[in-house]
Design a protein around this ligand. Sequence first.
Ligand SMILES: Nc1ncnc2c1ncn2[C@@H]1O[C@H](COP(=O)(O)OP(=O)(O)OP(=O)(O)O)[C@@H](O)[C@H]1O
Length: 598
Amino acid sequence: MTGDISNTEKLAALREILTYRPLLMGSILTLGVVAALLEGIGLSFLIPIIEMIQSGGTASAEGGVVGAFARVYATLGVPFTLESVVAGVVVVMGVRYASGFGVMWLGQALRTYYEGDLKRRAFDSALGARIAYFNRSGSDEILNAIVTQSKYAGRSVSWFVKLLERALLAGMYGAIALYLAPVLTLVTGVVLAAVAVGIRYGLESGYSVGDRVTEANERIQQAAQAGTQGIREVKLFGVTDEVRRDFREAVDTFVGATVRLRRNEAAVNNVYQFASAISIFVLIYLAVTFTSMNLGMLGVFLFAMFRLAPILSMLNHRVYQLEGNLPHVVRTNEFIEDLQRNQEPANGDFEDIGEVNEVAFRDVSFSYPTGERVLDSVSFSVSKGEFVAFVGQSGAGKSTVVSLLSRMYLPDEGEIVADGCPISDIDLKEWRSKLAIVRQDPYVFDDTLWYNLTVGNRSASREEVARACDIAEVNEFLDSLPDGFDTQLGEEGVRLSGGQKQRIALARALLKEDAEILVLDEATSDLDSVTEERVQAGIESMDREYAVITIAHQLSTIRNADQINTIENGHIAEKGSHDALLDNEGTYADLYSRQYSD
Ligand SMILES: Nc1ncnc2c1ncn2[C@@H]1O[C@H](COP(=O)(O)OP(=O)(O)OP(=O)(O)O)[C@@H](O)[C@H]1O
């Protein structure tokens, strides 16, 4: 999302902050009001104190502010003396700053809760989102929203709370000044407001500069990821200069926009302070010359104005800061809403399927949201104990069959059924528990080998794990790992070769407890041919009965398949056993003779 934000969106973001935890926000507001009231009362103590000092320890207790103080003291049964008045100030200011502490504490708590909650919501929504959403938005952007945007969005909450606290104090000082000298206060207010409006419209809006900073941050993260996670490709393809240029451009935009934002914030602050300082001196002159305030009242009025000016300037500064930070609240919330609109179907009233004996594709056609038809009227079935294979050129649509089977996407036409029941009528989690899929480029979790092996079956016994590792040929390199099953894998641990990752992925698929359909999508493509054949023989000799679907480029691994399907441009061009297809002298026979012509 780029460009300026509408006032409605700004207000919606503020409302989101305001109503996030009403009880906590209500407590902050109450404490803020108490602090502001007590600040006002504390300040008014100056009037009886100055009067008492002037008159040698007593004050006329009739009417006005002093009279009000005297009545409160009388009600409380405390003598109205200079000492008790000073003690009163201490008590009032003590409670005032205790309330101030409460506002800051609860404000920080609210910010942290909000940030944590956004992170949780964003991550939960990402976990539940359709794979199509990840393809469209890119995992970098999703990562950025979860980790970075949510942090900045949280900052808006604490800035809002500070703004609220300052606004209440400003209101209190303004009310005191207005009570003591209405005309002077109004004139000063109009002058300061004019300065504030002038600054606001003279400078680029905090939001639009803030938006550039946010965008630059995203681009920095993208370029940094290309230069770290993609460093091998960057070096091998000699695009170091290109990646460096992208990164530098993003950093330059970030620096330029941030310096501009900070300069504008500083300008707002200083111009306003200048205007306030000048007003104070003009006010002293005007108050002394044109009003009949006594010394106590004059002291309180000037003190109130003196405190009010920097707070007003700070308010302006805070509004600018908050505006500059609102894009993060808007973006993070839009991102979460977008993710929620793209959720996989939730649990509902689904068929209970129990054991699955046969899966069938019936005239399935499919296109990815962005492109042409990838599968065209594909039909096949596989039963428990059967081994069905797919071969075909790169891009023919083989992996798409697996994506549809695992319900990462839904067919446009036709249906996929398990024992006659459409898989879209089965609870998604339950359906996926029936599948053990090994992908060509599996993800290895940043944890131990044991964690990675048992990811689909946390209660697997040592013997079960050992058996799966034996079939998948993990045992072949297990002894060379420093801590055996406890070896840390991934970023911070042992780096595995492509073939080792594939063998771990196969072992963890074989360990999956309820799985009844085993899908091998180029699952052994990175193994040498001797190991690949041993793995294949191990799978075929397993006691456990699966319906097996294999996608392979290496045709030797599917020679024993009950049925081989050749896919061409999204449709099944021929099907049959290895021998039948060789006799057929079609695409399969052609592929086979090219691979094994020697
Ligand atoms: N997420 C996606 N979004 C859009 N198009 C896609 C997506 N995934 C694959 N495609 C397109 O669908 C077509 C079939 O891709 P698929 O991965 O199923 O082929 P494949 O036969 O498995 O290829 P390979 O043997 O190279 O793995 C290709 O043209 C590919 O570009």
